[in-house]
Design a protein around this ligand. Sequence first.
Ligand code: NAD
Ligand code: UDP
Length: 338
Amino acid sequence: MRILVTGGVGYIGSHTVLQLLRADHEILVFDNYSNSSPEAMRRIKHLSQREPEMIIGDIQDSVALSNAFRYFRPDAVIHFAGLKSVGESSIVPLRYYAENIGGTVEILRAMDDVQCRRIVFSSSATVYGVARYLPFDEGHPRNPESPYGRTKYFVEELIKDWTVAGLDRSAVLLRYFNPVGADASAILGEDPNGPPNNLMPYITQVAVGRLACLSIFGDNYETRDGTGERDYIHVEDLASAHLAALEFGACHVGCEAINIGTGHGVTVLEMIEAFEAASGRKIRFKIVGRRDGDVARSFASVEKAYKKLGWKARYGIYEMCRSAWNWQLRNPDGYRQL
Ligand code: NAD
Ligand code: UDP
């Protein structure tokens, strides 16, 4: 299949592009490197022993996008590109709306232009907001609490409208839970700019000595041990879900939203314990106040993913920690050359 991947050099995109190349798909990556590094692209090539096409461009640039689509004529699109920080989205909401929503409109236009009818979109569990019940199934009301979450909600709606307007269009909206971990090679991984906002990269940076101490945001939630509970998913499993979604989209029309998680919640303290076991390092931590906007518990119902895509997660929390640690140990400064 010929697949145009927006944001294909980023954390999730790079792991997915690697699997796509290994599965012999033809790939064009469209990325502006705003949150990724050419070094990641070089490593994808090295690991796959393939030369995927790459265009450096912004999804808001309709001319660049349209040229890329006319040149490559993809059968399908995987759309990762966008801004993803919950906190930042409250400070610069218009940037988030313009890039995440406006950028997606441009992608759908460019697809129409070359009669490309299939898309897989990176949505997020943040579309659900506070749980009315658990696990979150795909029918749970969506009530996102941040501008970032709302951009995912609106993009889901606009992609759905796009599929309704054309009989042969297909879209899979993958609602990721908490992606963590790294490729087994330890050559690709997560490389956040500045101090990480997310738990796993924070833990690995404490373990490697880049940061002094993890702050646990609250230990008085209604969970097993009082700390926040999340459904962590290995990035390699998440990548393989995209391949399953592409196959599904090749023989279905319409729009399907599908959760991608393991179905199991892990608390912050349980994550620290698993990481210590996987790495042999002690993680220094202190308990601080709750972080604004955090929910107590979030985990997925994964039945639909199995029923529709025949996909389920293979890796558990130990493998997630082990791969994240191997990546951090081998690349203490991420993709930046020392
Ligand atoms: P990332 O920032 O590592 O990757 C995004 C990639 O898109 C980067 O390579 C960046 O350079 C590129 N990009 C950003 N804006 C662009 C633009 N305007 N034009 C072209 N390229 C652009 O993020 P990620 O963690 O790999 O996430 C990928 C997608 O998955 C995002 O849409 C994100 O919202 C979604 N998602 C991520 C998580 C998570 O925890 N990582 C959870 C749920 C959903
Ligand atoms: N968390 C924490 N310290 C950190 C980062 C995160 O205690 O430095 C907690 C956070 O409160 C939540 C869990 O770890 O309970 C996962 O947070 P993350 O930001 O990784 O994911 P999200 O909140 O977006 O689900």
